[in-house]
Design a protein around this ligand. Structure first.
Ligand SMILES: [Zn+2]
Length: 351
């Protein structure tokens, strides 16, 4: 990416030059199907007339996680993004294969999000990672990757990021969700390789696989706009979404697992505050009718939740995040729910 303060950014993706002021869609070529059907990852580039940050927003790196796909679709419909400073690179579906087959994985059964930065001659997943990193990520100055919980597992809208990195923390705070998790795993994920390349990078988690969750979609969309405003890509005077939540950083989190198999019965839900040794659920044996109780191992806020009522011993039921001030987090989570579900995000605006 080349830029001068007045002329705007000029990018090159797959040998195509994108000049300042241009909006284009480029197909990133990946392995064709064995039917000879060509496959590609569509990449939208909105290049502002003025130079500035290059922000990547992407979704469905896990092909069955679709909230982010809808978040990016709504973002690209907004007129205001055509007048940005810098560049927005939006990739609504990274794992095209998984998206077609409603699967988290690729046809080679690999998890794309553990294969970055990939290689030109490696596995199918490694090759997709390689082209994505070399053609897209390496041109970006900042990034946000949209995920959801897995099958039958839902997340409260939250951010995972390396919060010890100053600029990453600043963007995470600007995004506007109440729960932030400091994550620094070296797991060959897109976030991991972005961190290694010194690109401030946020991972949004919200809702569950193969479902659209309106709260998560709205929170994600507002989050992107808030980050763009923070980076100076949108004017600070553009309509503000005053539902930006006060963020709290979790000290750590723990998954609570069941020690019995049976029917999972629980009054506890996402966003609830729980105390240590509080009853979280009962696991009822559907044959002999006995019940066993699941207690909270710690106090905190429920940020992840299983909602398939049939569980086997060892399965995860709840994720509890530990905070210094869990009462304040609870108040913030409640307000966040109310404001995001009442407050309609404008789909058109001028910036
Ligand atoms: Zn995911």
């Amino acid at each position: 990416m080349m830029s001068t303060p007045s002329a705007g950014n000029t990018l090159k993706i797959c040998d195509k030059t994108i000049l300042p002021g241009k909006r284009v869609t480029i197909d990133l070529p990946i392995s064709p199907l064995y039917t000879r059907t060509p496959m590609s990852i569509p990449v939208h580039v909105i290049n502002g007339k003025k130079a500035g940050p290059v922000l990547l927003v992407c979704a469905a790196v896990h092909g069955d996680e679709i909230n982010g796909v809808e978040t990016i679709r709504r973002l690209l419909k907004m007129r205001g993004v055509n007048h940005l400073r810098g560049t927005l690179i939006a990739v609504p579906v990274v794992n095209i294969f998984g998206f077609i087959y409603h699967s988290r994985y690729l046809p080679d059964r690999r998890d794309l999000n553990h294969t970055f930065p990939g290689s030109k001659t490696g596995s199918m997943a490694a090759r997709i990672s390689h082209i994505f990193v070399s053609e897209i990520l390496n041109q970006c100055t900042h990034g946000i990757d949209f995920h959801t919980g897995g099958m039958h597992r839902t997340y409260l809208p939250q951010l995972h990021a390396n919060l010890r990195h100053k600029e990453t923390l600043q963007l995470a705070r600007a995004f506007g969700v109440p729960v932030l998790l400091d994550v620094r795993d070296q797991d060959n994920s897109l976030r991991d390789i972005a961190n290694k390349n010194k690109i401030p990078f946020l991972v949004f988690e919200g809702g569950e696989a193969l479902r659209l969750d309106e709260l998560s979609i709205r929170a994600g969309l507002k989050g992107i706009l808030n980050v763009m405003r923070e980076l100076g890509m949108l004017k600070k005077s553009s309509p503000s979404f005053n539902s930006r939540a006060e963020p709290f950083i979790a000290r750590s989190s723990v998954w609570v697992r069941t020690n019995h198999s049976g029917l999972f019965l629980s009054p506890t839900a996402l966003g609830h505050r729980v105390l240590k040794n509080q009853v979280l659920a009962s696991i009822a044996d559907p044959i002999n009718g006995t019940e066993s109780i699941v207690y909270a191992p710690t106090k905190g806020i429920i940020i992840g939740c299983n909602h398939l009522p049939l569980v086997n011993e060892g399965e995860a039921l709840f994720q509890i995040a530990k905070f210094e001030k869990s009462k304040k987090v609870l108040a913030q989570v409640k307000e966040f729910h109310t404001t995001h579900l009442e407050d309609e995000t404008p789909t058109e605006w001028d910036v």
